[in-house]
Design a protein around this ligand. Structure first.
Ligand SMILES: [Zn+2]
Length: 322
């Protein structure tokens, strides 16, 4: 019997590999009125994640609306140039990005979609989306009181800055300013850590870490993840020298702890344009870039946006195996 043991050890991870793509499989499209289908990039999601929502119609659509997280979902129309449909045929494909905040309570949530075709016939449908708890690390630290408790003045300042950021993230610029895929802000970097990490300081739970950290040498150029307009460029108490870029449709990227800011509020940025340099400003232990993403106020992992929109026009429609 002894020789069987190594097999079991090898087999289990192998089975895991086969099961994983099955679980991550995109949801089957479902109909939403005659000739209209609704599809999500995955049948379920988890805290701090993104979903791509697609509404496709045989007939031209005059209006598509949806509600998620008690907010109107901003859709964009996919240009017919991207589709391989016959010459000049209008593309009746609308897309939207849904964000799941990293502290959204796990459970099943409704997404209601309403469509109106050009002949005036309305239709609606509701999708149920299960949201799982995110798998985030917890860091427990025991530190001197003075490091955990900022002064009254510092608290006041931090609260004012938090409110200012919330007011920015609440504004949904109706135009889609970006075009194509999003990039990681540092050259040659594909991954970063700490997203969603829970910090417990002296047994007091702090707010979760809402971005991805990329350790880098001070002075490393930081690039805009996509086309956008600078919504904030200033020094903040927690995140030091900070830049926030509005990409339209409720999508904002956040760049913190910069040693230098190279842009100002209102600047229109190209994708990849240098907006500042890596630094160690604000409350940090060493130089790194803190990169955040909010989608209609939901704090989500920015690396997911890079993956979600990677070459959408080149991605073949994969038929669902039955
Ligand atoms: Zn950070």
């Amino acid at each position: 019997m002894a020789p069987k043991t190594p097999f079991r050890v090898i087999l289990l991870p192998t089975l895991g590999l086969f099961l994983l793509p099955q679980l991550a499989k995109a949801a089957v499209p479902r109909t939403c009125g005659p000739g209209v289908t609704v599809k999500l990039s995955a049948p379920s999601s988890s805290q701090g994640s993104l979903l791509l929502l697609e509404v496709r119609s045989r007939k031209p659509l005059s209006e598509v609306t949806a509600e998620w997280n008690s907010k109107n979902v901003p859709f964009w129309q996919v240009s017919s140039v991207d589709s391989n449909s016959s010459k000049g045929a209008p593309s009746n494909l609308r897309q939207a990005i849904l964000g799941v905040d990293l502290e959204k309570a796990p459970g099943t949530y409704s997404l209601s979609v309403r469509v109106q075709s050009s002949d005036g016939k309305p239709a609606s449908c509701t999708l149920q989306i299960p949201i799982r708890a995110g798998k985030f690390a917890t860091e427990k630290l025991q530190v001197g009181k003075e490091f955990v408790e900022p002064s009254q003045e510092q608290i006041k300042r931090a609260n004012e800055e938090r409110d200012k950021l919330r007011a920015i993230f609440d504004q949904v610029t109706p135009e889609k300013l970006w075009d194509g895929d999003f990039r990681v802000p540092l050259d040659g970097v594909t991954t970063g850590g700490n997203f969603g990490k829970r910090r417990v300081l002296n047994a007091q739970p702090g707010s979760p870490h809402s971005g991805v950290d990329f350790p880098a040498v001070t002075g490393t150029p930081v690039h805009a993840a996509q086309v956008g307009r600078v919504a904030l460029a200033q020094e903040l108490f927690f995140s030091g020298n900070t830049v926030v870029v509005d990409h339209g449709l409720g999508i904002y990227t956040f760049y913190g702890h910069l040693s230098e800011i190279d842009v100002k509020v209102g600047d229109d940025l190209q994708s990849g344009q240098v907006l500042g340099k890596v630094g160690a400003t604000g409350r940090v232990t060493g130089p790194h870039l803190h990169w955040g993403l909010t989608v209609e106020r939901a704090r989500v992992n920015p690396l997911q946006l890079v993956k979600l929109l990677a070459n959408p026009s080149k991605k073949p429609e994969t038929p669902t195996p039955q």
